[in-house]
Design a protein around this ligand. Sequence first.
Ligand code: HEM
Length: 179
Amino acid sequence: MKGIVFTEFLELVEQKFGLEVVDEIIEKSDLESNGAYTSIGTYKFSEMLQLLSHLSTKTSISIDELLLVYAEHFFGVLVKSYPVLIKSYSDPINMLASIESHIHIEVLKIYPDAELPTFEVISKSKNSLILIYKSSRAMYYFGLGLMNKTFDYFNSSAEIVIEKLKEDGTEVKFIITKN
Ligand code: HEM
């Protein structure tokens, strides 16, 4: 997992809960990196899982809810870091339908070792989109947060229904209907 995901996560934790909580979740985790992340480094996904799980215990907020809020913050980071990529879209449905065929392909050019999910387009119309998310990391709530913010970004909104195709969340259907 790319360092930017860790650095931005810890920055948000500091903002919301304070530096003591950042120190505490790092302390409680068994981290190869010792919790020293740089935005261009690459770290084990298991480190993120440990940090999330200790934060969840500390705050009594579920990991899914933490991932959702974190993704909404991360979207702002993407807009700031990759404005040209996002500005090449004028519609949220088209943008979300292009994660697999364009957006994440560009991401791989920037970070060849990025560990990305797949988003297969099952059906698409002007106002609706059905995607199948697949990833061993089961971060579909992170995807949901990015989708919510994609609609916000285009001053739009949508109903997004999640249907788990595998119990562990490694395969999930997103049924997206623009309001
Ligand atoms: C992960 C970039 C848009 C869904 C990531 C990662 C990067 C990235 C750098 C981390 C990879 C790693 O840690 O190795 C971008 C950029 C985008 C973009 C630059 C737009 C300009 C989106 C959108 C979605 C999305 C719109 C909507 C669903 C995800 C998910 C992950 C991810 C769910 C977590 C990894 C996983 O589930 O396996 N993306 N992304 N991304 N991205 Fe994107």
